[in-house]
Design a protein. Structure first.
Ligand SMILES: *[C@@H]1O[C@H](CO)[C@@H](O)[C@H](O)[C@H]1NC(C)=O
Ligand SMILES: *[C@@H]1O[C@H](CO)[C@@H](O)[C@H](O)[C@H]1NC(C)=O
Length: 323
């Protein structure tokens, strides 16, 4: 590829990110958000990492968001360290029931399990915790069983997860969507460069492709909880014609990727948006497919409680997501 074309491509994506849609009400407390619109009345619900998983609701996608309560007020039934601090919720609506997957772990360890709770309405007090799905990991496994994500394809519950170690893996859940099928997890994405910082995956089907979104870098830091500039979260994507594998991860084929789209990154730091990650995709009736994520505003702070909800519309017209 001609150097000028590469430079043009780099310049295009360095300046191309849109700012998040304006958000009203309580838009903080949003580390690793999960978002869905309740089918019965159109109320939006949002969940995030921490404690018993706070429940926020809003009459619209962009607010005003208000705190309603917690999914797991008494902690998770998973009997291991971290059970009172559930992480990375992933909510889906299947056959008139809301399923919320979450992880129980402690920072930097592989002693991890993915749990699930269900509800008919998502309101506080209506959640039933089913404990572990059986998708778990221990020290020495290839993977770390956190950051769950479900996608149902032709009636099969594909379950993608992973964080650092060998990055992103996929298995399936049984037809009840509550328990592991027993199928061996296989690797979907690997950044071979230590410390192999991919996590928070979300698989979304659009057109002819499955898009594997993930966060690359560090979610958090120490002291002020600020990841070092350059190491902070950014949102990446790979795509495949099959949900189970064959993901083309652009950074592994830079020439091909630049030729197609002009960038490998979906969203990185820009303006006051620092460290966007923990993302998911939701097909909203008003806005169409949106990328939702957390970020910090560098003028506010870096703690989980400071993390803000970001939402951008996605343009898939090039075959790759552009925000
Ligand atoms: C939480 O614990 C309290 C006190 O034991 C109990 O009254 C309440 O029903 C529990 N809530 C749930 C959702 O299990
Ligand atoms: C892969 O990991 C390295 C080391 O942390 C990081 O510098 C790089 O940005 C990562 N690449 C991608 C595409 O995420």
């Amino acid at each position: 590829m001609a150097t000028w074309l590469l430079l043009l491509a780099l310049a295009a994506y360095a300046t191309a990110f849109s700012n998040p849609l304006a958000c009203s009400g309580t838009c903080t407390d949003t580390h690793d958000p999960s978002l869905i619109r309740r089918s019965s009345d159109g109320t939006y619900y949002r969940f995030a990492t921490g404690g018993g998983i706070d429940i926020y609701s809003s009459p619209s996608l962009t607010g005003p968001w208000t705190l309603q309560g917690e999914v797991l007020p008494n902690g998770s039934g998973i009997d291991s360290p971290g059970s009172d601090d559930a992480w990375a919720p992933d909510v889906h609506y299947i056959d008139s029931t809301y399923y919320l997957y979450y992880a129980v772990s402690t920072f930097g360890t592989q002693e991890s399990a993915i749990g699930v709770a269900t509800s008919a309405t998502m309101a506080p007090g209506t959640w039933t915790d089913h404990g572990s799905t059986g998708v778990e990991s221990v020290t020495g496994d290839d993977y770390n069983a956190i950051d769950p994500n479900l996608i149902v394809v032709d009636g099969t519950n594909y379950f993608t997860f992973g964080s650092f170690w060998a990055d992103i893996f996929q298995t399936t859940l049984a037809s009840d969507a509550l328990a592991w099928s027993g199928g061996a997890p296989h690797n979907l994405e690997l950044n071979a460069t230590a410390p192999q910082p991919s996590e928070g995956s979300y698989v979304y089907q659009y057109g002819a492709y499955f898009y594997l979104f993930f966060s690359s870098g560090s979610c958090c830091g120490y002291d002020t909880d600020r990841p070092a500039p350059g190491d902070e979260y950014k949102i990446m994507v790979c795509r495949s014609e099959e949900v189970t594998g064959g993901y083309v991860c652009p950074y592994q084929l830079p020439d091909q990727f630049y030729a197609q789209t002009g960038g490998t990154l979906v969203l990185g730091s820009h303006g006051v948006v620092y460290g966007p990650g923990g993302q998911g995709v939701y097909d909203d009736p008003t806005y169409g497919p949106v990328l939702y994520y957390h970020y910090v505003d560098t003028t506010i702070g870096y703690a989980d409680a400071d993390k803000l909800l970001g939402i951008n519309q996605i343009d898939f017209s090039s075959g790759w997501p552009v925000v």
